[in-house]
Design a protein around this ligand. Structure first.
Ligand code: ACO
Length: 326
């Protein structure tokens, strides 16, 4: 069995919902500005007592149960995140919480493209016959890294986790994929380590700096996404020998409703096929695709054999698309 099937999904969100109105206490903004520019009405924010690994483990347990396997069956755990509990890696904490004793566990970072990059990475282990049962998690707590005085970014993001189980299958349900990176545009979106001369440790000349809050050039990121995402989905459709009409669901990284609309319009995909949960969760980075996928599955929208075109895009800059059959 060298084909791939996604056999279960799960998701978890922090308890606390914060609506646009609440953000007007922090920065000069309005519900009207945020909703019309982004489609976001509220987001879930992780409180100090919540952690990425706990959210991820909850989502993972659901995905494992939906797949009908045990945590001890897992061969590999991949955690796509940019906001780990521990910079040395957080996947091992999740492995321990789940009791997935046999699984190799490590983190993968590709910002908002993390889930799609992780999906393709997981698929390679299955296609080569190395592993049969893989847990892929997309999880982020960007609220801990946002500048809460910067209205251009703080209104956009929310926290969450989503997970899927991928298993070796007779029939390959991953119909095509493509991944891209362009580091020359890296400066448009960063959560970067910086150090100044005051951070120098004398004698050893080492800089003990810190990570600075998220900075973003919104217009450039919008332009990039609206152009590159339709292009790469088109490419994967061609590779998979599918026509755009055969797509049942367009499941994009939930960055902004206007990006979702622009991509759907360019590809000529009708609105009723576009999955969107931005209004409730904002942009949850690596979590957004598996979170929206799990919701759509549990709502009975996505049905067996449906064809899903997914695309992640974001910092790096990175972007990627995958088409799979549920
Ligand atoms: N409330 C009120 N006014 C605001 C806010 C806010 N929250 N944010 C910005 N403004 C103001 C700006 O200060 C500016 O005012 P000025 O002209 O007086 O300086 C004005 O609104 C227009 O600002 P722009 O940045 O030009 O606004 P734009 O129309 O481009 O919309 C937005 C901003 C929504 C961020 C848009 O650029 C966008 O959607 N970009 C894509 C960003 C994105 O999706 N990033 C995440 C993808 S990657 C990832 O997921 C990590």
């Amino acid at each position: 069995k060298l084909g791939i099937a996604i056999t279960g999904s799960g998701s978890a969100i922090p308890e606390t919902a914060v609506d646009n109105q609440a953000l007007t206490q922090l920065v000069e903004t309005s519900d009207e500005w945020i909703a019309t520019r982004t489609g976001i009405r509220q987001r879930r924010l992780a409180m100090a007592t919540e952690s990425l690994s706990t959210l991820a483990a909850t989502a993972s347990s659901q995905a494992i149960a939906a797949a009908g396997i045990q945590a001890t069956d897992l061969d590999l755990i991949l955690l796509a995140t940019s906001t780990p509990d521990d910079l040395f890696g957080t996947a091992c904490r999740i492995q321990a919480e789940l009791g997935a004793t046999k699984a190799v566990a490590f983190d993968l970072t590709a910002a908002c493209s993390g889930f799609v990059f992780g999906l393709v990475t997981a698929a390679q282990y299955i296609r080569t016959g190395v592993y049969q049962n893989v847990l892929l998690i997309g999880a982020d707590i960007l609220s801990r890294w946002v500048d809460w005085t910067d209205r251009r970014t703080c209104v956009l993001f929310g926290d969450g986790a989503g997970a899927v189980v991928l298993q070796a299958n007779d029939r390959d349900r991953l119909l095509g994929f493509a991944l891209r990176s362009d580091g020359t545009q890296n400066h448009y979106l960063n959560l970067a380590y910086t150090a100044s001369s005051q951070d120098l440790i004398p004698d050893v000349n080492v800089a003990k700096g810190n990570y600075q809050p998220i900075t973003m050039n919104g217009k450039e990121v919008y332009r990039f996404a609206a152009q590159k995402v339709p292009e790469i989905i088109d490419k994967v459709l061609f590779q998979a020998n599918l026509s755009v009409d055969q797509i049942d669901w367009l499941l994009l990284h939930q960055a902004n409703q206007r990006i979702l609309d622009a991509v759907a319009q360019r590809l000529n995909i009708p609105e009723h096929k576009v999955i969107s949960n931005l209004a409730n969760y904002g942009n949850t980075s690596a979590a957004s695709i598996p979170l929206a996928l799990d919701e759509a599955v549990r709502q009975g929208k996505i049905k067996p054999n449906d064809i899903i075109a997914t695309s992640g895009f974001g910092a790096g800059l990175t972007w990627g698309a995958a088409i799979f059959q549920w």
